[in-house]
Design a protein. Sequence first.
Length: 101
Amino acid sequence: MNHKAFELAISTLVVIILGILVLVAVIIAVNGGFESFKSATDPFTDTTQATAVKTACQNSCQQESKIIYCCAEYEIDSNPINCTDSRLDLGCTLDCTGFTC
């Protein structure tokens, strides 16, 4: 019996399966790689945005600008925020009660 043809078919099949596995691994690595890059840069972007908003609010507090401090809305990660938000931890003494925008 001629076994060479049978070995060729099995080895070709093994190479095709290994090639498909490598291709799937590369696709997963590329998708996962870009997601991990995005998650690594997101905190930096969030911190930069929050710092910019906090600086703007501190400046409006120092200048006692109630229009900006009480009425202006900023956006951090598509979430609206204003200077009176306690998460900014400004410690400003401006009072927005009774002030209409």
